[in-house]
Design a protein around this ligand. Structure first.
Ligand SMILES: Nc1ncnc2c1ncn2[C@@H]1O[C@H](COP(=O)(O)OP(=O)(O)OP(=O)(O)O)[C@@H](O)[C@H]1O
Ligand SMILES: [Mg+2]
Length: 257
């Protein structure tokens, strides 16, 4: 039976879809069978991000409304045969879909795979509840920026009202040079502020995406996937190359860019 994990955030654009897609690729490369479900009904894009938008004629709304069986709505990723993408509605983004309907479809698919990763829209509106209601674990994604932390705090408060087995923190777009210079909070400080256990640190990287161009996920995503798979807490060190004499040169160079 699949572990159903919602990937959520308070603020938009912090990297939920990026984390969900890379995590899906890593877990499937480790031999796990994964469904990447898009619960962002307004701006459905996980199928586009994964480059499978033309590979499946159906989406989750077709499954909900009985035009296809749930498994017929899955698009197999061409490079990751264990990875299946379940697109949100292609046709009518305004259509109301209930949390129960999404949950029912994911529950029907759960016996076929090991993981269902649910990409949530930002915020705590209807779309968030649709995604959270179908999950039994949550990853909250934030960046180190204050506005993102404040919104993450709100979403954590709401998530706590769901009976989830775990809520873990992924800090994305971390710049090691700024952590060393004390210009942003360190990942551990952020975890303490939000009172949430840290399960992943993802550095800010150029050209992070993605599957479509055949770029493999970076080490930070492989470490995160390993933590989820094995219930461990290994964390990437994003500051080591900015410490010491050469590190200070790297920091100055990065700042002057
Ligand atoms: N670690 C990173 N380093 C550099 N760029 C990143 C990183 N993570 C995400 N991005 C970029 O940030 C942008 C937003 O990412 P993404 O779409 O994954 O965010 P999101 O939280 O899903 O947004 P939304 O709330 O709109 O759904 C994308 O252009 C993505 O490529
Ligand atoms: Mg997104």
């Amino acid at each position: 039976m699949a572990r159903k994990i919602v990937i959520t955030s308070g603020k938009g654009g912090v990297g939920k879809t990026t984390v969900a897609a890379n995590l899906g690729m890593c877990l499937s490369a480790m031999g796990e069978r994964v469904i990447l479900a898009d619960a962002d009904f307004g701006l459905n894009n996980i199928d586009v991000v994964c480059g499978v938008e033309n590979l499946c004629p159906y989406d989750i709304v077709d499954a909900i409304e009985g035009r296809c069986r749930p498994r017929q709505a899955l698009a197999r990723h061409p490079q990751y045969p264990n990875l299946f993408v379940l697109a949100s509605n292609h046709t009518d983004p305004q259509k109301y879909i209930s949390p129960q309907a999404v949950r029912l479809i994911l529950d029907q698919l759960a016996p076929r795979v090991d993981y269902i990763l649910i990409d949530s829209p930002a915020g705590i509106e209807g779309g968030f509840h649709r995604a959270a209601a179908a999950a039994d674990e949550a990853l909250v994604v934030t960046t180190p920026h204050i506005s993102s932390l404040r919104d993450a705090d709100k979403v954590i408060g709401v998530l706590q009202s769901y009976r989830l087995k775990s809520i873990d923190l992924v800090i994305n777009m971390v710049r090691g040079d700024l952590v060393v210079d004390g210009e942003i909070l360190s990942p551990r400080e952020i975890s303490e502020v939000l009172k949430l256990p840290l399960i992943g640190i993802i550095p800010q990287e150029d050209g992070i995406f993605l599957g479509k161009e055949g770029k493999a996920p970076s080490k930070a995503f492989r470490v995160l996937a390993g933590n989820i798979l094995r219930h461990t807490r290994k964390l990437c060190n994003v500051t080591h190359k900015y410490n010491g004499f050469f590190g200070s040169i790297r920091r100055s160079l990065k700042k002057s860019l």
